[in-house]
Design a protein around this ligand. Sequence first.
Ligand code: AVI
Length: 318
Amino acid sequence: MPADLIDLAPSRRSMKEDVLEGLTATRKWLSPKYFYDRQGSALFDEICELPEYYPTRTEMGIMQEFGPAIASAMGPGSVVVEFGSGSSAKVRLLFDMLTEPRAYVPIDISKDHLKSAADGLADDFPNLEVMAICADFTGSLDLNIRQLIDGRLVGFFPGSTIGNFSSPEAKDFLQNTAALLGTGGGLLIGVDLHKDTGILEAAYNDAKGVTAAFNLNILSHINRELDANFDLKRFRHRAFYNPDKGRVEMHLVSTHDQDVRVAETMVPFAKGETIHTENSYKYSLDGFKDMARSAGYSPRQCWTDENRLFSVHFLEVA
Ligand code: AVI
């Protein structure tokens, strides 16, 4: 049976406002949420399979190794609410190990990708109610899931997507999800850890150039949605670890002096000027738990791989 879909997608106007705000700033930036059109979501799935990109396979290894402990922390009959569900690949692992999960609520900004992933999941898990919500989960969600479905709400936020938020944004996200999940609810969240710079920089500069294509695709997305004329051959991918901020940064570097039209605005670029497209913060175990506490969660359990590359935390709404 196809999944239900609730459409709370932001309007085009908000994308235009966001993009022009970033591109007319003194230091140009774009929100990483605009990576994820259909092509960007497919490229991200490809990144997750790359040998250099350790987070996905390490997180899945942790979930497999500690499956029974994770399932018992989440409890039977839970309603799994996934924030930024993408292809819904990792949640399949969860549904294989949970006891009689009641429902799945994937939330994602990319409507087509969301719908096809939700339908696929509904086909493969016929006893599961699947209700997809197309929305920007980075804002506060004006949604009462409890009114729609009964059961303990357990959030799922894998992949260290929390690392793409600044510290105030990460805290806001945790506060918003705690409010949405409600007392008695929980959150299973994947968090990438601090490590050797070489491992980090390789993960964001893969040999096949998939991460570069993913980064550049944000310009194609803007070209299509906002009638812009970025020439992708005139920008190049750059990613590096910034030790002062504890984050990997991705930028697009303009290789020429050039003017680009975005909607009705002309945006000038100097040769070498960059658009900052993403931060990927890395955490310590204690640093993350402290932030979770300050946002209204009680950290309950945490699991890591043997090399301490990545961590998976179970938090309860305090
Ligand atoms: C989705 N997010 C956690 C990824 C990351 O590692 O920050 C996005 C990504 N950017 C480049 N490679 C992967």
